[in-house]
Design a protein around this ligand. Structure first.
Ligand SMILES: [Zn+2]
Length: 134
Protein backbone atom coordinates (compact mmCIF):
# COMPACT_ATOMS: atom_id res chain seq x y z
CA UNK A 1 0.00 0.00 0.00
CA UNK A 2 1.30 3.41 -0.93
CA UNK A 3 2.00 5.89 1.85
CA UNK A 4 -0.75 8.39 2.34
CA UNK A 5 -3.28 6.31 0.46
CA UNK A 6 -6.67 6.72 2.13
CA UNK A 7 -7.82 3.52 3.77
CA UNK A 8 -11.33 4.18 4.95
CA UNK A 9 -14.49 5.19 3.15
CA UNK A 10 -14.62 8.41 5.19
CA UNK A 11 -11.09 9.29 4.02
CA UNK A 12 -12.15 8.83 0.39
CA UNK A 13 -15.17 11.07 0.90
CA UNK A 14 -13.07 13.80 2.57
CA UNK A 15 -10.60 13.82 -0.31
CA UNK A 16 -13.28 13.84 -2.95
CA UNK A 17 -12.11 10.47 -4.23
CA UNK A 18 -14.33 8.09 -6.13
CA UNK A 19 -14.40 4.32 -6.27
CA UNK A 20 -13.77 2.95 -9.76
CA UNK A 21 -15.25 -0.44 -10.58
CA UNK A 22 -14.10 -2.31 -13.67
CA UNK A 23 -15.61 -5.68 -14.52
CA UNK A 24 -12.91 -8.01 -15.85
CA UNK A 25 -15.52 -10.24 -17.48
CA UNK A 26 -17.63 -7.87 -19.57
CA UNK A 27 -15.69 -4.62 -19.40
CA UNK A 28 -18.42 -2.57 -17.71
CA UNK A 29 -17.00 0.43 -15.90
CA UNK A 30 -18.61 2.49 -13.19
CA UNK A 31 -17.62 5.31 -10.85
CA UNK A 32 -19.16 5.31 -7.39
CA UNK A 33 -19.13 8.11 -4.85
CA UNK A 34 -18.18 6.91 -1.34
CA UNK A 35 -20.99 9.12 -0.04
CA UNK A 36 -23.49 6.76 -1.63
CA UNK A 37 -22.13 3.88 0.46
CA UNK A 38 -22.82 5.43 3.86
CA UNK A 39 -26.36 4.26 4.39
CA UNK A 40 -25.01 0.69 4.31
CA UNK A 41 -21.36 1.17 5.26
CA UNK A 42 -19.60 3.00 8.08
CA UNK A 43 -17.14 5.76 7.14
CA UNK A 44 -14.64 3.72 9.17
CA UNK A 45 -14.94 0.73 6.80
CA UNK A 46 -11.68 0.04 4.95
CA UNK A 47 -12.50 0.40 1.27
CA UNK A 48 -10.37 -2.64 0.43
CA UNK A 49 -12.85 -4.77 2.36
CA UNK A 50 -15.65 -3.87 -0.02
CA UNK A 51 -16.76 -6.47 -2.55
CA UNK A 52 -18.78 -5.71 -5.64
CA UNK A 53 -20.67 -7.56 -8.32
CA UNK A 54 -21.00 -6.35 -11.87
CA UNK A 55 -24.44 -4.90 -12.59
CA UNK A 56 -24.32 -6.18 -16.17
CA UNK A 57 -23.03 -9.74 -15.94
CA UNK A 58 -23.12 -10.40 -12.15
CA UNK A 59 -19.47 -11.40 -12.09
CA UNK A 60 -17.60 -10.87 -8.83
CA UNK A 61 -14.37 -10.40 -10.78
CA UNK A 62 -14.44 -6.64 -10.35
CA UNK A 63 -11.32 -4.50 -10.09
CA UNK A 64 -11.75 -1.86 -7.37
CA UNK A 65 -9.67 1.31 -7.61
CA UNK A 66 -9.77 4.69 -5.90
CA UNK A 67 -8.86 8.16 -7.08
CA UNK A 68 -10.13 11.34 -8.63
CA UNK A 69 -12.40 11.13 -11.65
CA UNK A 70 -9.42 12.14 -13.82
CA UNK A 71 -7.19 9.42 -12.34
CA UNK A 72 -9.87 6.78 -12.77
CA UNK A 73 -10.50 7.77 -16.39
CA UNK A 74 -7.34 5.80 -17.18
CA UNK A 75 -9.01 2.44 -16.92
CA UNK A 76 -8.23 -1.12 -17.91
CA UNK A 77 -8.97 -1.64 -21.57
CA UNK A 78 -11.43 -4.43 -22.38
CA UNK A 79 -10.13 -6.90 -24.93
CA UNK A 80 -12.81 -5.92 -27.44
CA UNK A 81 -11.58 -2.31 -27.41
CA UNK A 82 -8.04 -3.37 -28.30
CA UNK A 83 -7.66 -2.23 -31.91
CA UNK A 84 -4.51 -4.34 -32.33
CA UNK A 85 -6.32 -7.55 -31.36
CA UNK A 86 -9.41 -6.63 -33.39
CA UNK A 87 -7.26 -6.02 -36.46
CA UNK A 88 -5.44 -9.36 -36.13
CA UNK A 89 -8.64 -11.34 -35.62
CA UNK A 90 -10.57 -9.47 -38.30
CA UNK A 91 -7.85 -10.14 -40.84
CA UNK A 92 -7.65 -13.84 -39.90
CA UNK A 93 -11.42 -14.27 -40.05
CA UNK A 94 -11.81 -12.25 -43.23
CA UNK A 95 -9.19 -14.24 -45.12
CA UNK A 96 -10.04 -17.67 -43.70
CA UNK A 97 -13.80 -17.88 -43.58
CA UNK A 98 -15.98 -18.43 -46.58
CA UNK A 99 -19.69 -17.92 -46.11
CA UNK A 100 -22.28 -19.35 -48.45
CA UNK A 101 -19.91 -21.01 -50.90
CA UNK A 102 -16.42 -20.53 -52.18
CA UNK A 103 -17.09 -17.36 -54.11
CA UNK A 104 -18.60 -15.32 -51.29
CA UNK A 105 -16.13 -14.40 -48.55
CA UNK A 106 -17.61 -12.60 -45.55
CA UNK A 107 -17.27 -8.85 -45.52
CA UNK A 108 -14.61 -7.11 -43.48
CA UNK A 109 -17.39 -5.53 -41.34
CA UNK A 110 -18.84 -8.95 -40.61
CA UNK A 111 -15.37 -10.31 -39.83
CA UNK A 112 -14.86 -7.44 -37.38
CA UNK A 113 -18.17 -8.22 -35.64
CA UNK A 114 -17.09 -11.85 -35.28
CA UNK A 115 -13.73 -10.67 -33.88
CA UNK A 116 -15.57 -8.48 -31.35
CA UNK A 117 -17.70 -11.47 -30.28
CA UNK A 118 -14.61 -13.67 -29.91
CA UNK A 119 -12.88 -11.09 -27.68
CA UNK A 120 -16.00 -10.62 -25.52
CA UNK A 121 -16.32 -14.37 -25.05
CA UNK A 122 -12.65 -14.67 -24.15
CA UNK A 123 -13.17 -12.07 -21.44
CA UNK A 124 -16.31 -13.83 -20.19
CA UNK A 125 -14.25 -17.03 -19.97
CA UNK A 126 -11.72 -15.27 -17.79
CA UNK A 127 -9.00 -14.53 -20.31
CA UNK A 128 -7.44 -11.29 -19.21
CA UNK A 129 -4.88 -9.77 -21.51
CA UNK A 130 -5.58 -6.18 -20.58
CA UNK A 131 -3.92 -4.49 -17.65
CA UNK A 132 -4.83 -1.32 -15.85
CA UNK A 133 -2.41 1.40 -16.81
CA UNK A 134 -0.58 2.72 -13.73
ZN1 LIG B 1 -19.55 -7.58 -16.02
Amino acid sequence: MRDGEPRRLGDLAERGYLIGLDCRRCGRNRLLSPWRMFPQQSPATPWRWLRFRCESCASADVLVRIGTAAQLAERPQPLYEREDLLAILTEAIHTSLIYGGESLPITRDRARKVADTVLRRLMAAGISVSEPKP
